[in-house]
Design a protein around this ligand. Structure first.
Ligand SMILES: Nc1nc2c(c(=O)[nH]1)N[C@H]1C(S)=C(S)[C@@H](COP(=O)(O)OP(=O)(O)OC[C@H]3O[C@@H](n4cnc5c(=O)[nH]c(N)nc54)[C@H](O)[C@@H]3O)O[C@H]1N2
Ligand SMILES: Nc1nc2c(c(=O)[nH]1)N[C@H]1C(S)=C(S)[C@@H](COP(=O)(O)OP(=O)(O)OC[C@H]3O[C@@H](n4cnc5c(=O)[nH]c(N)nc54)[C@H](O)[C@@H]3O)O[C@H]1N2
Ligand SMILES: [Mo]
Length: 757
């Protein structure tokens, strides 16, 4: 921790309110001494008379949330009770620290609000829950499945929606359970990053980025539509260090985020105009003769066509007019970027959630490539990677029961599906687009979707068009949700099953940003009647086979530790330089190779080169060149942005009482001018409305948001009915169908207006 950071924290702690809150946390956890902020101890803990006792047993855990940082955790346990957590010191990425969410984990584990046993709701949304035994719950589910199979001749009436509640590898057993029932319906795709993944695949042949730790070597860093000060706090230290070593940091975002506040320069661009901005910079670099001609000649194809396009259709003035950034600034930064060596751009997931998101990512990639910054330590078009995910997926790969019937596949129906090389066996699962879950459920026929299995997913809160989702749920004959808290999806369920938290199960976790691998040990026994996702699969299989032998192939008796061990193979061991998973008990391991993306100049594209012109991209219906694509036409007065918050991870953490202390209620953030024009003052209740729905919420005035936009964070507050998905429709992003199986979603291409309530 730098002296400056220490001073900042000291200052914050000098505020009696903050100190009291910290003390409340500490005492609630019954802890003190090994807190990462050890300077708290002398002043506050001792004053409170709390003495460190020692004698803890420690366990290895990993934060399994969908987050860049995938932190390695050490959990301190005494008498079978987890007392506190800290970041693992062995990981140079986590470096002994956790984020505000991670530090609240003990409360998540022991929250009185946890779902404790299987329950059945009499009438969805009534809150009339009744505790039932596991046996009873699983019997009800089995009977419904048999009935469906009987009626439809297949299990296609059962749909599964699962996304990112817990990325532990063994949790792919949820998919495994579905496969072992037969051919089912799957909600596929991701709301997160697919447009950018496809863009990078067209350009380079894969999504692959350097080790974030090498950012310290960059001499220029552009943080483009990414907010690491909140969404990847551990990466901030590399950005600070790069700056200390002389790098310049520029942040490009329509919102003046905490990341922007920490940068050397901030550009408040017009939302969705990233493509124009990148192309304007590219044109200027071309005009100034700053293209890395050697790199381009040796490693790429299609640059001449790209340069012709820039000369014919792009000017600095045009880029300036589109993006709202003065032309002379674009020119200056283009020159600074092209002459810094190395220079890097971190392309955020937020900026590609647009109808032109994939196209914008391609133009930013081009900027990095034409300046010779791809394949360099400290350089690169950084987005994400899956280099460390070479597991066996043992839990996932299960066979259907004998004679199971399924879907005849899109190919059989004459639809072009470029996600599959061949349709494989005659029968497949039926796939629906997860980003249009509501619409897809409503439209599905032959058979209709009758039952929905929800795991690691909160569709009522995180999916799009909430009003339509309610209609879709009405069509369902059975909703089973596997979760830890009574979230808005559980409220609309018939049966809820309690699942373990990371502290109560064995698994293994990799990152999609850094290169560390972490073991997740069972630190405490499962609480209440909770079971892990794979134990639930085994228990259901057991019940189904008891009632109808042969109806489910999922193993009925499993040991979660064995199943964790079955995920490893020689490839994983070699990559991490270990001989056994047991070595991870000594601490997380970092990959020994693959840390530099495209360092050998061998790309995964059809040509084997960086493709400024991609025929594959054209084949999939887009421009071959990274051309400008206009954004979505506004359908209301103000743009609505609903990005990620500091105090939660999607619908997780914000519901904890510890977090409510810091972040008690949602706000809509409005520029003072926009508020004045509507006679809205700080603290007023306002109604935000658009064609999709409405939200009543408290106004907060700030010029951090542009005057033509309003901002609210996606979140689930357990004590308010707030849900931003009332205002967010399911319009697709341009790309995503190639690698993720369905296009992304244009989350930030939404519009609304507001009035005083
Ligand atoms: N408006 C708007 N909407 C968005 C976004 C946005 O920016 N704006 N962001 C999108 C993005 S990027 C993402 S990734 C998605 C995330 O959407 P989701 O994947 O739905 O995210 P979470 O809320 O993190 O997790 C879902 C549920 O998983 C549960 N869970 C946690 N651990 C386990 C477990 O071990 N087993 C089971 N069965 N359940 C568990 C949690 O309690 C939670 O209720 O949201 C998307 N939605
Ligand atoms: N604390 C916390 N950390 C998280 C998460 C969380 O919910 N909370 N979620 C995790 C997940 S699943 C994800 S996907 C990542 C997301 O990580 P990020 O991509 O960093 O986060 P977002 O908030 O989705 O979007 C980043 C920024 O994009 C900006 N943006 C929106 N539209 C545009 C545009 O047109 N151009 C530009 N230049 N910027 C634009 C938003 O204003 C926002 O500040 O973070 C992960 N980490
Ligand atoms: Mo995400």
């Amino acid at each position: 921790m730098s002296q400056w950071e220490k001073n900042e924290i000291e200052k914050a702690l000098d505020c009696p309110m903050t100190r009291r809150r910290f003390m409340k946390w500490l005492t609630a956890a019954g802890v003190v001494s090994a807190m990462p902020c050890s300077f708290l101890i002398p002043r506050d803990a001792q004053a409170a008379g709390i003495v460190y006792e020692g004698g803890y047993e420690t366990f290895r855990n990993a934060c399994p949330r969908n987050c860049y940082d995938t932190c390695s955790i050490v959990t301190y346990v005494k008498d079978g009770v987890a007392k506190f957590v800290e970041g693992a010191k062995e990981s140079t990425f986590t470096r002994g620290g956790l984020c505000v969410k991670g530090n609240s984990y003990i409360r998540r584990l022991y929250s009185p609000d946890r779902i404790k046993y299987p329950m059945v709701q009499q009438g969805r949304g009534t809150g009339n829950w009744k505790r039932v035994s596991w046996d009873d719950a699983l019997t009800r589910i089995s009977e419904k499945f048999f009935e469906m199979n009987e009626k439809d001749g297949s299990m296609l009436g059962l749909a599964m929606t699962k996304y990112s509640g817990n990325f532990g590898i063994t949790n792919y057993g949820v998919e495994g359970l579905m496969s072992s029932l037969g051919y089912t319906t799957r909600l596929v795709g991701t709301p997160c990053w697919p447009a950018g993944i496809d863009a990078q695949n067209y350009d380079m042949g894969n999504m692959w980025c350097n080790d974030p730790e090498d950012m310290v070597d960059a001499r220029y860093v552009i943080l483009w539509g990414v907010n690491p000060a909140w969404c990847s706090v551990h990466t901030m230290k590399y950005i600070y260090e790069a700056r200390q070593r002389g790098a310049k940091i520029l942040c490009i975002d329509p919102v003046l985020t905490q990341t922007a506040a920490k940068a050397d320069e901030y550009w408040q661009l017009s939302t969705g105009e990233d493509g124009a901005l990148a192309l304007g910079m590219a044109r200027h670099i071309l005009d100034k003769g700053l293209v890395d001609q050697d790199w381009v000649a040796e490693n790429s194809i299609g640059f001449k066509e790209f340069a012709d396009y820039l000369k014919q259709e792009v000017t600095l003035e045009w880029a300036s007019e589109k993006s709202g950034i003065p032309a002379r600034r674009i020119a200056r930064v283009a020159e600074e970027f092209a002459t810094a060596d190395p220079a890097t751009i971190w392309i955020g997931y937020g900026m590609q959630r647009h109808v032109n998101g994939g196209a914008s990512v391609r133009s930013i990639d081009a900027l990095v490539a034409m300046t010779g910054n791809v394949g360099k330590i400290g350089g690169g078009a950084r987005y994400g990677h899956l280099q460390t995910w070479g597991f066996n997926y043992h839990a996932m790969i299960q066979q259907p029961p004998q004679g199971a019937k399924g879907y005849l596949g899109k190919a059989a129906k004459g639809e072009f599906d470029f996600t599959k090389k061949s349709e494989g066996p005659a029968y497949t699962n039926r796939t629906l687009n997860i980003n249009k879950t509501a619409r897809e459920i409503l439209d599905a026929t032959d058979p209709p979707v009758r039952a929905l299995w929800v795991s690691c997913k909160n569709p009522m809160n995180q999916d799009f068009d909430r009003n339509l989702m309610e209609k879709a749920f009405k069509k369902l004959e059975l909703v089973v949700v596997v979760d830890q808290f009574f979230n808005p999806t559980v409220e609309q369920a018939d049966i809820v099953l309690p699942v373990t938290t990371l502290f109560e199960e064995w698994t293994v976790n990799a990152g999609y940003w850094h290169y560390w691998l972490s073991l997740n040990e069972q630190a405490v026994k499962p609480l209440h009647e909770a079971k892990s996702n794979i134990e639930i699969a085994a228990a259901l299989s057991k019940k189904m086979n008891e009632l109808t032998p042969g109806s489910c192939t999922f193993p009925t008796d499993i040991d979660t530790k064995d199943w964790m061990a079955k995920e490893f193979n020689k490839g994983v061991y070699d990559l991490f330089g270990i001989n056994s998973w047991k070595e991870l008990k000594n601490g997380p391991q970092k990959a020994k190779t693959n840390l530099l993306a495209w360092g050998d100049g061998k790309f995964g594209t059809p040509s084997g080169k960086y493709e400024f012109k991609s025929d594959l991209c054209a084949e999939h219906g887009f421009n071959a060149l990274p051309k400008y694509v206009a954004g979505r036409k506004p359908y209301d007065k103000l743009r609505l942005l609903t990005p990620h918050t500091k105090f939660g991870l999607h619908s997780q953490f914000i519901n904890l009482d510890w977090m409510e202390e810091f972040n008690p209620r949602p706000y809509v953030y409005i520029h003072p001018e926009t508020a004045r024009a509507r006679n809205i003052a700080e603290g007023d209740r306002v109604r935000v409305k658009n064609k999709t729905g409405e939200v009543t919420i408290t106004a907060s005035l700030t010029d951090n948001v542009p005057a033509d936009a309003i901002l609210m964070y996606e979140a689930w507050f357990k004590n308010t009915p707030y849900n931003c998905q009332n205002l967010v429709d399911d319009t697709s992003a341009d790309m995503g169908g190639y690698k993720a199986g369905a296009p992304g979603v244009a989350i930030h291409d939404q519009f609304a207006d507001l009035v005083k309530a």
